[in-house]
Design a protein around this ligand. Structure first.
Ligand SMILES: [Zn+2]
Length: 74
């Protein structure tokens, strides 16, 4: 990944949740890479196929099931 996704501003309506929001993974997908198993969300969060996440501040979120997710705000 070589793009500074955090510099991108959201143009969606309603606006996507920020990367620090509890529901950050509800942001729109702006770049999908199915062959590599990850997608980039509008707020700069990278979501992996196994539901793991990489936040713009390089924090990682371990894989979790979509139906039972509790994201801890650090
Ligand atoms: Zn957006």
């Amino acid at each position: 990944m070589c793009r500074e996704a955090t510099l991108r501003s959201c143009e969606h309506s309603p606006a996507c949740p920020s990367a620090s929001a509890a529901d950050h993974d509800a942001a729109r997908v702006v770049s999908r890479h199915p062959m590599q198993g990850w997608s980039l969300l509008c707020n700069g969060v990278v979501v992996f196929e196994d539901t793991g996440e990489l936040l713009p501040d390089r924090q990682t979120v371990a894989p979790h099931r979509p139906l039972c997710r509790l994201v801890n705000a650090a």
